[in-house]
Design a protein around this ligand. Structure first.
Ligand SMILES: [Zn+2]
Length: 548
């Protein structure tokens, strides 16, 4: 590693590239600060693992120098990995009240609540973490209490936006604090590390208040049962749907665990106070179906979600059909298109009308458009632009926008260590980075042996042979063979492979039979040969030898 005396560096360990799980690190001299710690959903790319987290090995090895973890907001891709990675980091965590309520529930489920030191910082608050003097600046986003973080250091000021947009009338929480951002800009900012998700959309963002008007008209015009699906954490949207329902004389029913959890966290922090408490699906039985609006989980086609089960008519309490409507008040996250379409197809087959943001104005993004990002550069006037949180086409479009504004862009990949000061900002080193899969309760490297074996099994199946040998290494009885995911036990091909394998075992040279490892290797080769080319696959192969 290069000179670390008093220099100021930025290192994204997650957040660039196609799966946006954020883990950002800053270093001042010898001390590290982490901002956000999120999960990613793998979609279709890696079917062997559903939930991914950034590989924290680099910072875990330096955790004595890690002063703290700051969470910008309560979205899964920013907060979702804390409960999984904290045991490796063991540092204090700084959150706003709402993010704190969400985090405490997650830590409670992971039995970590007593161990993690949580510091709740008010929105817009200032606080010190190690040598970093930090300030939260409230920004609008599709979750309450999103904050940009100002890092003040002797080596310069960085503004780390987190996820944000401009909306003069966000309905829940204050608008982005433009006045404060401008004041910080006037202090002289070294670098703006900024969200790129929606930068390719030109112009300014649309407002949640416009969605509320449109949703109120739409729900007022519909007959029959109505279900609206949205992200559970989008409290402003939940409030929009609830107010539209109330205006139409309908009662709101929450369906799905994540919505109920978020409802509790939101009301705990004083949100949703202007709408009546929601019914749960059991209480809803007393209310005629056409006098309710259901807010429901499953906007991304998640197979176990309430909406997926309703679409297949296998939900225990709710069914939808002819004359009913499902509104998708959400966007399709890339990678989920097929799963979402499948649910929408199943709903249509039952006669349900499906309305998405393509048919009607029922959704706005929570991320800054190109116009918003341009305004941010005007306010902050940084020396350097560091686009983060987006796929490469977003990052490069963001860099081009910064360049047009006369600000030098720096594009980073996960693992790049960018020295911001002293001297000209440049990438000086690379830290190991990568992704881990969350598999049950374990963290497994995506490129490690377990998942490599699972990938192979997934596409090529697995063949396991077992047989007993006497003390001289000669086979007793018939070998047993199982090939789950590849061959049925009574398949003729299974019989052929077993017979050929038995024959091949007989001709293994005698000198290999007394060495367990050599015998096993020879038997594996024999098994591969017996499988032959007929299956046109190379399954994972294993052999168990039992000496009796
Ligand atoms: Zn977010």
């Amino acid at each position: 590693m290069t000179d670390q005396n008093g220099d100021f560096a930025f290192l994204p360990l997650g957040g660039t590239g196609e799966i946006g799980m954020n883990l950002n690190l800053y270093r001042l001299g010898e001390t590290w600060l982490a901002i956000d710690c999120g999960i990613g959903f793998s979609g279709n790319d890696t079917p062997e693992a559903e939930i991914l987290v950034p590989d924290p090995t680099f910072i875990a090895e330096r955790r004595d120098q890690l002063a703290g973890l700051v969470i910008t907001h309560a979205h899964e891709d920013h907060i979702g990995a804390v409960a999984h990675l904290w045991p490796l980091l063991q540092c204090p965590v700084y959150v706003t009240p709402f993010a704190g309520a969400v985090l405490r529930r997650k830590l409670g489920e992971a039995r970590l609540l007593q161990e993690v030191p949580i510091h709740v910082i008010p929105c817009g608050g200032t606080f010190d973490v190690g040598p970093f003097n930090l300030e939260f600046i409230p920004v609008t986003h599709s979750v309450p209490e999103a904050q940009s973080v100002v890092l003040r250091t002797p080596a310069g000021i960085v503004v780390h936006t987190g996820d944000w947009k401009l909306d003069p009338d966000p309905l829940v929480g204050p608008p982005t604090d433009i006045k404060r951002l401008k004041e910080v800009g006037e202090e002289g900012v070294l670098a703006l590390v900024c969200d790129s998700t929606n930068v390719m959309k030109p112009g300014a963002s649309q407002s949640e208040s416009e969605v509320r008007r449109s949703m109120t008209d739409l729900i007022g015009s519909l007959k029959g049962r109505i279900a609206v699906t949205c992200f559970a954490s989008n409290v402003a949207r939940v409030e929009t749907i609830a107010m539209a329902a109330q205006a139409a004389g309908r009662t709101v029913v929450l369906v799905g665990r994540s919505l109920r959890n978020l409802d509790v966290a939101a009301r705990e922090c004083g949100y949703l106070s202007s709408v009546l408490p929601f019914l749960n699906e059991q209480d809803a039985n007393d209310v005629p179906d056409d006098q309710t609006v259901m807010i429901i989980t499953g906007s991304q086609g998640e197979p176990r979600s309430a909406l997926s089960r309703i679409s297949l008519d296998i939900h225990p309490n709710i069914s939808l059909g002819e004359g009913d409507t499902v509104i998708y008040s959400s966007r399709m996250i890339p990678g989920n298109e097929r799963a979402i379409m499948a649910v929408q197809d199943n709903l249509s087959r039952r006669g349900v009308r499906v309305i998405t943001d393509k048919d009607h104005f029922v959704h706005v993004s929570g991320h800054a458009t190109g116009g918003d990002v341009s305004t941010m550069y005007d306010l902050i006037k940084p020396q350097y632009a560091v686009p983060v949180h987006g796929e490469w086409r977003h990052l490069t479009a963001h860099a081009a926008l910064a360049q047009d504004k006369g600000i030098a862009p720096i594009l980073l990949e996960d693992g790049d260590i960018l020295r911001l000061a002293p001297g000209k900002a440049e990438v000086v080193d690379t830290a190991p980075s990568g992704r881990l899969a969350l598999d049950g309760g374990r963290l497994l490297p995506m490129n490690g042996g377990v998942l490599a074996a699972r990938r192979k099994m997934l596409f090529n199946g697995v063949v396991i042979a077992s047989f007993a040998v006497d003390d001289e290494g000669f086979v007793i009885g018939e070998p047993k063979l199982s090939a789950p995911g590849l061959l049925d036990p009574d398949d003729l091909e299974s019989v052929r492979v077993r017979e050929e394998f038995a024959n091949a075992l007989d001709v293994i040279p005698d000198e290999l039979r007394n060495d367990d490892q050599a015998f096993r290797d020879a038997a594996k080769t024999a098994l591969r040969r017996a499988l032959g080319r007929k299956l046109q696959k190379r399954p994972l192969v294993d052999v168990h030898v039992l000496r009796v």
